[in-house]
Write a protein that binds this ligand. Structure first.
Ligand SMILES: [Zn+2]
Length: 292
């Protein structure tokens, strides 16, 4: 495995990054847990349980984690939750839509097992209130719904510090991995609305810091504006290309392939490896489903 620790904001925030070192994965594909004043945001992947335990016992005082909040139900964010609860007695919170899903064990396609571990163990979680306090420093986190990547996706916002922990709610660039089958069903129009809502919500934050799982820190609301612009342009472009190509072919599959070729040249390696489960084609289909 590959583990990295990154500190931000005068060491107030610690990002614990974990990736599998499986040879089948071309470069480390990280998931992150963020620790802020006793609050652990996310619980890593099932395959990182031992490393997470070691990190807590060897590098943290056990008392340093007062609670854990799961940002959504994907296995790379809640894999260690059962262990944290059972072994460290840490209360686990999640969005109300996530509670029932998390109660059951979850299995998923093989490519995700290679990346994140065999299965996610069940965990009993508490419903997140709309705001939550962490440890001694009196930070208050607002729970901000950010559906699109997952229906139960949330962000945590600390207004006075101008921090937004968005997990997978925003990607640094919308170009490739996009889920449509299994339990990763993304919707680009909902993602767009979520980013727009966050942009509006953070209106008075001059120094907004956005923390994205696996990618770290992005500064300023301009980053959100750029994502909105990028998605908007892609939306227009894909519709335009589809309109052009639909005149040339009767077969929808052919049309879509042509659109993909013109917009992105080719499907990503991951798109092929996952048999389209996480692919650029899914992004195109989601953009087309979204009326102009
Ligand atoms: Zn996710």
């Amino acid at each position: 495995m590959v583990i990295e620790k990154v500190y931000y904001e005068n060491k107030e925030i610690l990002e614990w990054k974990w990736a599998s070192n499986n040879k089948l994965i071309p470069k480390p594909f990280y998931t992150s847990c963020f620790l802020v004043d006793g609050l652990l945001i996310d619980a890593g992947a099932p395959a990182c349980i031992n490393d997470l335990r070691e990190f807590i016992t060897d590098e943290l005082n056990e008392k340093e984690i007062n609670l854990c909040i799961l940002t959504h139900t994907h296995e790379d964010h809640c894999g260690g939750a059962q262990m944290l609860q059972r072994e460290f007695n840490i209360p686990i919170y999640a969005h109300e839509k996530a509670i029932e899903i998390l109660k059951k064990e979850s299995t998923y396609p093989e490519y995700r097992q290679i990346t994140w571990g065999e299965k996610r163990l069940p965990v009993k979680t508490k419903i997140l209130p709309s705001t939550i306090k962490s440890g001694s420093l009196d930070y208050g986190f607002e729970i901000f719904p950010m559906p699109g990547h997952a229906p139960d996706q949330i962000a945590l916002i600390e207004k006075t510090q101008e921090w937004a922990f968005v997990a997978d709610g925003i990607q640094p660039k919308y170009k490739m991995l996009f889920g449509a089958s299994s339990d990763i069903q993304e919707d680009i129009s909902v993602i767009y609305d979520s980013i727009k809502n966050l942009y509006n919500f953070t209106e008075h934050m001059k120094n907004l810091k956005i923390f994205i799982s696996g990618h770290g820190l992005y500064k300023g609301r301009e980053f959100l504006k750029k994502r909105l612009r990028e998605i908007n342009e892609l939306h227009q472009k894909i519709h335009r290309l589809y309109k052009e190509e639909v005149k040339n072919y009767n077969n929808r599959q052919r049309v879509l392939k042509k659109v993909l070729k013109r917009a992105f040249k080719r499907e990503t390696v991951i798109g092929k490896l996952t048999k389209g489960d996480l692919s650029t084609m899914n992004l195109i289909k989601s953009l087309l489903k979204w009326p102009l």
